[in-house]
Write a protein that binds this ligand. Structure first.
Ligand SMILES: CC(C)(COP(=O)(O)OP(=O)(O)OC[C@H]1O[C@@H](n2cnc3c(N)ncnc32)[C@H](O)[C@@H]1OP(=O)(O)O)[C@@H](O)C(=O)NCCC(=O)NCCS
Length: 192
């Protein structure tokens, strides 16, 4: 139980550090659906891990009703997780989120396979996923990566990279711009 409260403390600090609009702890605790959803998930996940049937799934549905954020009870979420705004976020059953990640409204960590087993993304530490991005399949997003708003990510993203577009491609790695592959550039239509 101490672990849960300590993780919720980290989530609160994450919201204060990463949202310039946050006006203090009371503001976050009272008015941030992303904070509410993650805090509730931490208790729901503990119930799920203790083997209680049905109740965790029902509670996660109640959580979604109040916050607009759907987190499967089995999803593993690291400390310091901040969901900003939050409406429409979906985090699937086998998703894993490392410490200090941030996601914005409309983000999906979804599966592409109907087979049971690992089928949702794994995010490293300090990953940021922009508004409306879809990360699909059992892909791995490395530490400190950034995913652009509206991107569709279907392949692994290396650490310290920025990936954007549909399908997403890496445009920045270790602070250095990465140019598009030559064959992709050859297919571009230039409108002048
Ligand atoms: C991905 C992101 C983090 C990149 O930011 P950055 O490191 O400052 O990079 P830049 O803005 O210099 O963009 C680098 C390149 O990627 C392109 N790009 C950036 N974001 C993009 C996106 N979401 N989709 C498609 N292309 C994008 C830029 O046009 C630029 O291309 P160019 O080099 O051909 O001009 C940022 O654009 C983003 O999408 N952040 C999400 C923010 C968000 O969700 N806010 C919600 C608030 S409610």
């Amino acid at each position: 139980m101490d672990d849960i409260f300590s993780a919720i403390g980290s989530d609160l600090r994450a919201a204060l550090e990463r949202d310039p609009a946050a006006r203090g702890a009371a503001d976050v605790v009272l008015s941030y659906p992303g904070f509410h959803a993650v805090a509730a998930h931490r208790f729901i996940h503990a119930l799920h891990r203790s083997g209680i049937p049905l109740l965790p799934r029902w509670l996660s549905n109640v959580n979604r009703f109040f916050t607009g954020i759907e987190i499967h009870p089995n999803a593993r979420i690291g400390r310091g997780f901040f969901i900003d705004h939050g409406m429409g976020v979906v985090i699937g059953e086998t998703a894993e989120v490392g410490e200090n990640c941030t996601v914005y409204q409309g983000v999906t960590l979804g599966g592409t396979s109907l087979a049971r087993g690992k089928r949702h993304p794994t995010l490293g530490k300090n990953v940021t996923v922009g508004v409306g991005a879809s990360l699909l399949g059992a892909i791995v997003v490395g530490d400190n990566a950034k995913i652009g708003g509206g991107s569709v990510v279907v392949r692994d993203v290396p650490a310290n990279a920025t990936a954007v577009g549909v399908p997403a491609r890496v445009v920045m790695k270790d602070g250095v711009a990465v140019s598009a592959p030559a064959e992709e550039e050859a297919n571009w239509t230039w409108v002048i």
